[in-house]
Design a protein around this ligand. Structure first.
Ligand code: NIG
Ligand code: MN
Ligand code: MN
Length: 323
């Protein structure tokens, strides 16, 4: 398949216990065409190895190697998943010849397949244009259901990513593209942004957010002392939708935690607040799929950002497994 690379075993290394103590011992490298329909809980890791959207958005390339950096860090972590819960690496979506739109289409097809096979997808980016393809895969999956189902998008990010795609699509336009399609289809655009920075979004972006009725929490409020209030916002948002798609842009974290991104945030949020919110979201039982975007190993320091992303995957995977 074009724009798709089957999983590579070489990434999955670490301490050897022969007792499945480590995640590289637990994971199955399963090419998409060999993936079975899950009988029990099953998690599928899929990379989106593309930084074309970041380059088009005048950012610093390097996120093309993000998925493998996260997988390699995750591989070395301890495995606490129960034996019956399966974990697959299903490979990476690639962006050949700068054709980001084709990569997004392949991503959408792949997410659709994963959901049809009853897998819980965790998509690892790659530029935040990952969100456009990812959302579409979820939407197409839900379109196969008898009754209409609504999707709420929760984005942990310093940025709205609501830039107009009048000239081209890029890593700063995915949610604007989705919003415009929602308008065409006469469906609500349900978008909650957590961690928005005033010093990283211009007035037009704030106006677009207001015009589109976007709910957002600013970075100075997206902090532990306001957790109760933040949870109230999340509960209200989640209550209104059938399914929640979570997207975590690593550049929303303070660069003290996540230096390995294209657009760092010295005044960004903490991992603690994100974990607390994830607890609330997952507690609703509505989380359908999740991604982590903008991992750029070129600017990482001592693998910290990759490790942060891997810890988030670890947390989500174990929460899904109930372990
Ligand atoms: N996905 C990132 N989007 C940001 C990038 C900001 C920057 O490069 O400084 C945006 O377009 O606003
Ligand atoms: Mn961002
Ligand atoms: Mn973003």
């Amino acid at each position: 398949m074009k724009h798709y690379k089957a999983p590579i075993k070489d990434i999955w290394t670490g301490r050897v216990s022969n007792k499945w103590l480590y995640l590289h011992e637990k994971v199955h490298c399963t090419p998409l065409e060999e993936l079975p329909e899950a009988q029990k809980k099953s998690i599928a890791l899929l990379g989106y190895a593309c930084d074309e959207g970041v380059s088009r958005n005048q950012g610093r390339p390097g996120a093309v190697n993000g998925p493998d950096a996260i997988k390699s860090s995750f591989a070395k972590m301890p495995n606490h998943l129960p034996g019956q819960v399966l974990l697959h690496d299903v490979g990476n979506i690639t962006c050949d010849n700068g054709d980001m739109e084709a990569a997004q289409e392949t991503l959408s097809d792949t997410v659709l397949t994963l959901l049809q096979k009853k897998q819980f997808p965790i998509v690892l980016g790659g530029g935040h244009d990952v969100a456009y393809g990812h959302y579409h895969g979820i939407e197409r999956y839900l379109d196969t259901k008898k009754e209409a189902q609504t999707i709420g998008i929760i984005n942990f990010d310093a940025h709205f990513d609501l830039r107009k795609n009048t000239e081209q699509n890029n890593s700063g336009t995915p949610f604007y593209q989705i919003a415009m399609e929602c308008q065409e289809e006469h469906i609500d655009f349900n978008y909650l942004c957590l961690g928005i920075r005033k010093d990283a979004n211009d007035r037009v972006l704030f106006q677009t957010a207001r015009d589109l009725d976007v709910t957002y929490v600013m970075s100075d409020t997206f902090q532990a002392p306001f957790l109760e209030e933040i949870n109230t916002w999340i509960h209200a948002f989640v209550k209104n939708v059938d399914h929640v798609y979570v997207t975590i842009d690593l550049d929303g974290f303070s660069s003290a935690y996540a230096p390995g991104v294209s657009a760092p945030s010295p005044m960004g949020f903490t991992p603690y607040i994100v974990l607390e919110c994830l607890k609330t979201i997952m507690g609703s039982g509505k989380l359908i799929s999740l991604d982590i975007a903008e991992m750029n190993p070129k600017y990482d320091i001592d693998g910290q950002t990759a490790k942060l992303a891997a810890s988030l995957v670890h947390h989500v995977a174990h929460s899904i497994a109930g372990s």
